[in-house]
Design a protein around this ligand. Structure first.
Ligand code: ADP
Ligand code: NI
Length: 217
């Protein structure tokens, strides 16, 4: 099978699997990440086949929905790609990206190992920022039963992935624990540029949120 057919079959498979998901990890999220990854990848002159497969498969089984197990995603991605007879080097590369891509906590430095990984991580992170990022944060917080905001609960700088996974903070704190930190952690020049506007929009949202919380207009 040629690479165009592999990409399109993978897109169909993920679309069927994630359509209608309600926490912001749905097919439309994957489609936006895929599009952003292609855009950034072209500027970075990276291997587009690996980038497209990793973007499409990155949320196939997110640890947030597998009881914290981050080995399920790479395993499911591998089984899918083996069935399509994709070469082992490519499978290993795609699975490594899926394993490493997730944010692991503000105090944890986890670098992507390849240029392709950097591109896909930037594309995924862009979708956690801006207006869509705000919508996704509250959708996810709602699913987990998090409070919107609680002035008595301070943001936490999680020192390990284990601690971050167990965190049960408020959704407003999630902006300070992760979302506002992403702009300075983007890997590529293109990703950094695209993050600016979305970052500023989230800051404006948080300012207005505080104003309203304090009873101002
Ligand atoms: P990551 O790969 O970093 O885990 P995903 O693409 O899987 O990111 O999406 C994570 C989405 O879920 C983001 O939009 C993020 O803001 C949201 N999210 C993750 N943890 C929380 C949380 N504790 N509260 C609110 N939103 C969260
Ligand atoms: Ni994602």
């Amino acid at each position: 099978m040629n690479s165009t057919a592999i990409i399109s079959q993978t897109a169909d498979y993920i679309k069927a699997k994630l359509s209608g998901e309600g926490s912001g990890h749905d097919w439309f999220h994957v489609e936006r990440v895929w599009r952003n990854a292609v855009h950034i990848g072209k500027q970075e002159k990276a291997d587009m086949f690996v980038i497209e497969l990793a973007a499409l498969l990155h949320d196939i089984a997110d640890w947030k929905f597998t009881g914290g197990d981050d080995s399920v995603g790479p395993r499911e991605a591998r089984a899918w790609l083996e069935q399509l007879h994709v070469g082992e080097n490519i499978i290993a590369h795609v699975c490594e990206i899926i394993k490493d891509i997730s944010f692991k906590g503000a105090g944890v430095t986890s670098a992507m190992k390849t240029r392709e990984g950097m591109v896909v991580q930037d594309a995924d992170r862009l979708d956690a920022l801006g207006a869509i990022g705000i919508a996704r944060a509250f959708a996810y917080g709602g699913l987990k039963g998090s409070e919107l905001h609680n002035p008595g609960v301070a943001p936490v700088v999680h020192a390990s992935f284990e601690e971050y996974k167990k965190g049960r903070g408020t959704t407003i704190n999630h902006f300070y624990e992760k979302l506002l930190l992403l702009k300075d952690r983007m890997n590529t020049t293109t990703g950094k540029q695209l993050a600016e506007r979305r970052h500023d929009y989230m800051k404006a949202f948080l300012d207005q949120f505080s104003r309203e919380w304090e009873g101002r207009s």
